[in-house]
Design a binder for this molecule. Structure first.
Ligand code: ARG
Length: 267
């Protein structure tokens, strides 16, 4: 069995969640959202983290920012250093300042407002050796050298090519150390080759599990919280010694996000 390490997460309740605009193929403003159900599903995720011994900090939601529930996009934090976000779509731009303000109010000293567009942990994933960085739909390639300089970690740029997987965290999940799972179809041929070279033992997800947003998962080194509909991932995760925990975030899926999108890790 694997060992979990206690984590700190930043989350934002979906108090004002709705789908009134569409900035990714999952969002259909014609489809109604069941807000009370969204809240219940989100609370179950938050409470599950707490039951596993993790700390969850909460960001106060703003009525004019319906996507704030996807807190992973608001910043990237490594070793207490905070690289803020700069959103690609005008609808989400003001979220970045809310995050920066939260970090400043909570004693973080190294807080950088970025020059280039980056959507936080939506496109940055931290492994033991690298900072994996997605580009193609949201984050600018110019945000990669900016992040490398700020964090002093080698950045590996990865090209996303399928609009359904518009953020890196919809197509790749860090399980532990330098162990990842990902869906190759979301990446350009060159990026696929890079991933195969860096992570020869990666868990490779099927198209069906990726389409259930199964890679939008959070691991504490042992427990892997993931969308329960990604049924094909459970057995391979168990084989590797992980404990998969299926979550239902069906209402938030209407916004194009699931477990990981709702969870920013404060490293
Ligand atoms: N509606 C949000 C957007 O399109 C969803 C963000 C999902 N978050 C994520 N980390 N992939 O920006």
């Amino acid at each position: 069995m694997r060992t979990a390490t206690p984590r700190r997460y930043l989350m934002c309740p979906p108090t004002h969640f709705r789908v009134t605009y569409s900035i990714n193929p999952w969002m259909d403003p014609a489809k109604p959202v069941d807000l009370p159900l969204a809240l219940t599903q989100w609370e179950e995720l938050r409470d599950r983290y707490r039951a596993l011994g993790h700390t969850v900090e909460e960001l106060r939601p703003r009525p004019d920012l319906p996507d704030m529930v996807f807190a992973a996009n608001g910043a990237t934090v490594v070793d207490g250093r905070v690289l803020g976000a700069r959103f690609a779509h005008p609808e989400r731009v003001p979220e970045a300042a809310v995050h920066l303000e939260w970090f400043r109010a909570h004693g973080y000293r190294e807080v950088r407002e970025p020059e280039h567009i980056n959507e936080g942990e939506g496109d940055f994933a931290v492994t033991a050796s690298y900072l994996l960085a997605g580009r193609g739909f949201r984050s600018s390639p110019l945000s990669h050298p900016e992040a490398q300089e700020f964090f002093g970690r080698p950045v590996i740029g990865l090209d996303l090519i399928d609009p359904r997987y518009y953020h890196l965290d919809t197509a790749l999940c860090v399980l532990d150390g330098d162990e990842v799972m990902y869906y190759p179809g979301a990446f350009s041929p060159g990026s696929r080759a890079v991933l195969a070279r860096l992570f020869p033992d990666a868990l490779i997800a099927t198209e069906a599990d990726a389409a259930a947003l199964g890679l939008n998962a959070v691991s504490d080194g042992r427990h892997v919280l993931l969308p329960q509909a990604a049924v094909g991932l459970f057995a391979p995760l168990r084989q590797r010694g992980f404990e998969p925990i299926g979550m239902d975030l069906g209402e938030l899926l209407k916004g194009g996000g699931s477990v990981k999108c709702c969870t920013q890790e404060l490293r």
